[in-house]
Structures are given as structure tokens and as C-alpha cells.
Design a binder for this molecule. Structure first.
Ligand code: ZN
Length: 296
């Protein structure tokens, strides 16, 4: 009895701190780093891992019959029993700054971000700024090495003030919080976080969830973070509840509004969970949207 109780407590803590890690199964992926230009900046999607999410009504189309999700997947020619998501980060090399947006799941679970960064010929010490979209484990795991040291010792770690408060509110995150606290600088939603990169408030997935819009020589690309997880289901059915969203209603509203904005503006985007390299555009389709892969 006593053992079962302890297990229950431990599970509850993990659930509170890292829902994404529990509801998806990380799978290995080969390192990848394929650069492209955005104005004067060089952008490099960096592959970390894959996440395999079962189609069981817990994450995509939460509360619906999985057959409804399967129908959307089948229509797109995708497997219907599970969804395989990318877990990627975005490197932004600008004059005077080397910026990393998110850090993947991290080396403890087999993440390849550091190998992908090496393939981009960038040393961890060269990263000046890390911009965190939100504090789930598949975005902040790579902040630390396998033995808990800072993986990017010279980088300032930037996240929305609400997101830092959210991370600190989880007792299970105490070790991570202690390791990164001296490097963290927070910002208000909408702030320019480094010259040429503005934060975009996209709350709902988490309280301080933020996108980042990169602008260089009139060209634009936005990293939408986890506003949409599946390039198929999240776009075709943006109003379906996503099990990963902290606030389901706000998550839906933010997802539909941001996708509509992108479909109207034709702006380039990067989504860390879309198929590598995760770049492309959103187009309107039926009552939802569709993804057109590509980059500038
Ligand atoms: Zn995520």
C-alpha cells in the first residue's frame, strides 16, 4: 500500500510538470541542420528527436472518438494509429548574435540537438541567446547537459515572465530552475527580445507561451512554438481540444486566430513539431487550414 501511494505521488508530480513527456514516446532521429537565408540572417532548423503520440483520444481530438482523428489522418495519407511529431529547434545566426529558439528534449533522453548544432558548425559556447517558447520538457530539456550543467554556458536564457513563473510553480522542476536561474531574463509579451526578434504572445498552450518573429531586410518568419503540434490534425481541425494545452479554450482560440493571421499574411513559419525542417506557410482549407512546406 505504502509503495503504491508513493508511486502515485511521484506520477502526479511528473504529470504536473511535464505532460508532453508522458503522453508521447520519444524516438531517436539522425542529426539534421539545413540552413537557409532570411535577409541577412541564416536560419538553421536543428533536429533533436521524434515524438510518437498514440491516437487514443488523450492528446489530439481529446474527448472525441479516435476514429474521427483517424479519418483526418487517412485523408492526408498518414498512419492512423499514432502521430509522429518532429522535435526540433531553430538556430538564428545574425550579425553579432547567435540565437537558439528552444532546445529539444535534451541529452538525457537521447536528443541529438548538440550533434545537429555541430553539423551547423556552431559551438555551444557561441550561442549568445536562447529564446524559450514555453517550459515543457521537449523545449527546455536541452538547456542542461546529461549531468545537469548548463549546455550553453554563455547564453542568456529568455522567456516570458509568465512562463518563468509557471516553470517555478512546479516542484518537480526545482533542479532545472536552480541550474538556469542566474541566466534567465524575462520579458513582457510583445517585447523585442533581441534586435530583430520580437516575441508574440500566444498563450493557451501554457500561460506564457510565446512565438518569436524574426525580421531581416524586410523578410519575416515566425516560430509559432506549440500553437499547432500536428501539421495535419492541428490545422485541419484547429478547434479540437489538444491534451497538451494547459488552458484548452484559450489554446483553441489562440490556434485559430494565429493560423488565420498566417493564412492571410502568407508569412513564413517554423513549427518545432512539424515534419523536419518544419518551415512553410499556412493556407486556408475548408473550415480549417493546411500546411505547405518550404522556406525563403
Ligand atoms: Zn512541444
Amino acid at each position: 500500500m505504502r509503495g503504491m501511494t508513493m508511486t502515485g505521488v511521484a506520477t502526479a508530480l511528473i504529470l504536473a510538470s511535464a505532460p508532453a513527456a508522458l503522453l508521447a514516446k520519444p524516438a531517436p532521429a539522425a542529426p539534421a541542420a539545413t540552413p537557409f537565408k532570411l535577409g541577412a540572417a541564416t536560419l538553421v532548423p536543428l533536429r533533436d528527436m521524434l515524438n510518437v503520440v498514440p491516437n487514443d483520444g488523450s492528446v489530439f481530438g481529446k474527448g472525441l472518438d479516435p476514429a474521427q482523428v483517424a479519418a483526418v489522418l487517412a485523408k492526408a495519407g498518414a498512419p492512423t494509429d499514432s502521430l509522429t511529431l518532429g522535435v526540433d529547434a531553430l538556430l538564428v545566426e545574425m550579425p553579432g548574435r547567435t540565437v537558439l529558439i528552444d532546445t529539444g528534449l535534451g541529452p538525457k533522453v537521447g536528443g541529438m540537438l548538440q550533434a545537429s548544432l555541430a553539423a551547423a558548425h556552431v559551438a555551444p559556447d557561441a550561442v549568445t541567446d536562447i529564446l524559450i517558447t514555453h517550459s515543457h520538457g521537449d523545449h527546455i530539456g536541452g538547456l542542461l547537459t546529461a549531468d545537469g550543467a548548463l549546455a550553453f554556458p554563455k547564453a542568456t536564457i529568455r522567456m516570458a515572465a509568465a512562463e518563468w513563473a509557471f516553470l517555478k510553480s512546479h516542484p518537480a522542476s526545482a533542479a532545472t530552475v536552480a541550474a538556469i536561474a542566474a541566466k534567465v531574463q524575462t520579458f513582457a509579451p510583445g517585447a523585442e527580445v533581441v534586435p530583430g526578434i520580437r516575441s508574440v504572445a500566444l498563450a493557451g498552450h501554457t500561460p506564457g507561451h510565446s512565438g518569436y518573429e524574426i525580421v531581416s531586410q524586410g523578410q519575416r518568419l515566425i516560430d509559432i512554438g506549440d500553437t499547432a503540434h500536428s501539421a495535419i490534425v492541428s490545422l485541419a481541425e484547429p478547434d479540437w481540444t489538444v491534451g497538451y494545452d494547459t488552458d484548452a479554450a484559450e489554446g483553441k482560440a489562440t490556434r485559430r486566430a494565429e493560423l488565420a493571421k498566417l493564412a492571410a499574411s502568407h508569412e513564413w513559419l517554423f513549427a518545432p513539431h512539424f515534419p523536419y525542417p518544419g518551415t512553410g506557410k499556412i493556407v486556408a482549407k475548408g473550415s480549417g487550414f493546411a500546411f505547405v512546406p518550404g522556406h525563403p
